[in-house]
Design a protein. Structure first.
Length: 498
């Protein structure tokens, strides 16, 4: 369908009211009138004549296009080709799942999504070798901060590990190698994944793929990718390259497709800096040690002085920074670096935050880019591994109350790329039959929507619009997670129609 002159008829629209974070969901049906990729009018149903093709929405509810603000795009796209290990409840069970796993064309077996932090047994090379033999076999932790390899895989990659586990930078290097498939293959996987995301109302994502994304995204656009907007990051190893290339945060990368159409879906994002580890791998930098391991306070993978220097360099080049900080020590160090450098950008994850640090987000203008699904996925890990911590775990309401700007994401493939999962987790703070976990950190539906969008349903705004088959105001946790998305429009162009 053309992006010009499309009308959306008979919807109930979610629109912002006032200067704050409140949204109004109108009960009166309206028509949305679109032209040149933007909303040009919102009028009572039938009040104005249609000026082009009409999408008959049949009383749907309309919300602005949804964003996922933290995605590892290629790893997420390729996860569909890898063995899911989320159901494994032991190291032995995970190894058994890999025994009959398909061998990929490159000669490897790859599994993904295991969570070993509460397993009764520990990973070992011998246990994995016994099940997988001489085929190089790789198991990626759900948090991507550790990987478990058998002897054949360790030898193939040139690593050693007594238990077969590689952590942090070594694990990231393995992921980079596993993701470095033929570009045509990965681009096709990303295009398929993008279509699936559009079917859940996604009109934009922030890509934290560990690669040089300034070349990858224009190539994907030329290969036919058109599902959503993209902001891409790069890492410290490529900071000088990005500066030399003149990349600046917010700059559009316009691509001319084979038909001569100029496509501007891609923008330069942030410098991504991983400053500590993760809860699942027990490497997040915390004030108190991990139970049973009194010397383990996690790791600051980037020393504070080095972090400040990176942020200072980026700020001077017009580049925002996204700092991964999970433990409270890492959060404090990152806020210190933002304050000392004058850099702008986001804190990614912020899963354990000292009370005294909450207000610093707002004062420094640092966005809190959080993943609400992690709170419900990790609740049992927190109760065990962070039981002695005194900082706030997975704060949402506390950050908002302190004046922080909050944005939601999934960290896909760590959690499913589905904004409705994030919204449900934030509003209800549970995804099973248990009571809400720390219900004091629940947020309202309005606040959750605000953290999930970049635009609004107002005349003059980009026509990034999602039509829903039921009223989100009346949905329980399960209803939000399974929210029916009937139509997704990106700049007035259909990317999904149920």
């Amino acid at each position: 369908m053309s992006a010009l002159g499309v009308e959306v008829g008979t919807v109930r629209a979610v629109r912002p009211v006032g200067p704050g974070r409140e949204f109004l969901l109108d009960d009166e049906p309206v028509d949305l009138h679109l032209a040149d990729g933007r909303i040009v009018d919102i009028a009572p149903t039938g009040a104005l004549p249609a000026r082009g093709e009409v999408i008959e929405a049949d009383g749907a509810w309309a919300v602005p296009g949804l964003w996922d603000n933290h995605v590892h795009t290629v790893q997420w796209a390729l996860a569909a080709e890898r063995v899911p290990l989320g159901a494994a409840d032991s190291a032995a069970g995970a190894a058994r799942l890999m025994r009959d796993a398909p061998v990929l064309p490159d000669g490897r077996r790859i599994g993904t999504g295991f969570r070993d932090a509460l397993w009764p047994d520990r990973p070992s090379v011998a246990a994995l070798d016994a099940e997988t033999g001489v085929v190089p076999t790789y198991l990626i932790n759900a948090d991507v901060h550790s990987v478990w390899l058998n002897s054949a895989a360790l030898a193939r990659e040139g690593f050693r590990g007594d238990d077969g586990l590689l952590r942090e930078e070594d694990a990231f290097e393995i992921s980079r190698r596993l993701n470095a498939v033929d570009p045509a293959h990965s681009d096709e996987a990303v295009i398929r994944a993008g279509a699936a995301a559009a079917a859940r109302g996604v009109t934009g994502l922030v890509d934290f793929d560990m690669a040089w994304n300034a070349d990858a995204w224009p190539r994907r656009i030329l290969a036919g990718f058109a599902a959503h907007r993209v902001e891409f990051a790069f890492y410290p190893a490529d900071l000088d390259r990005a500066i030399a290339a003149g990349l600046r945060t917010g700059e559009r990368l316009a691509v001319t497709d084979p038909t001569g159409l100029v496509v501007s879906l891609v923008r330069v994002g942030s410098l991504k800096v991983i400053s500590d580890g993760s809860l699942g791998t027990r490497t997040a930098a915390c004030s108190h040690s991990y139970p049973g391991d009194p010397a383990n306070f996690g790791v600051l993978t980037v020393p504070p002085d080095e972090l400040t220097a990176l942020l200072t360099t980026a700020a001077g080049a017009g580049i925002e920074v996204a700092v991964h900080a999970i433990g409270d020590r890492a959060v404090t160090a990152a806020l210190d670096a933002f304050g000392a450098s004058g850099a702008t950008g986001s804190m990614e994850h912020a899963q354990l935050v000292r009370h005294a640090d909450l207000a610093r987000f707002g004062r420094l203008g640092v966005r809190a880019s959080v993943q609400p699904q992690h709170a419900v996925d990790d609740r049992d890990l927190v109760e065990h591994h962070w039981a002695e911590q005194t900082a706030i775990g997975y704060p949402l309401a506390s950050l908002l109350s302190a004046g922080a700007e909050v944005r939601f994401g999934s960290d896909a493939p760590v959690a499913p790329l589905d904004p409705w999962h994030a919204i449900a987790a934030a509003v209800w703070r549970t995804d099973d039959d248990r009571a809400a976990w720390h219900p004091e950190e629940r947020v309202t539906l309005d606040q959750a929507l605000e953290a999930s969008v970049r635009t609004s349903l107002r005349p003059g705004q980009s026509a990034d619009i999602v039509l829903l088959g039921s009223d989100p105001r009346t949905a329980d946790a399960a209803g939000l997670r399974t929210m029916p998305v009937t139509t997704t429009l990106l700049g007035g162009r259909l990317t999904h129609l149920a």
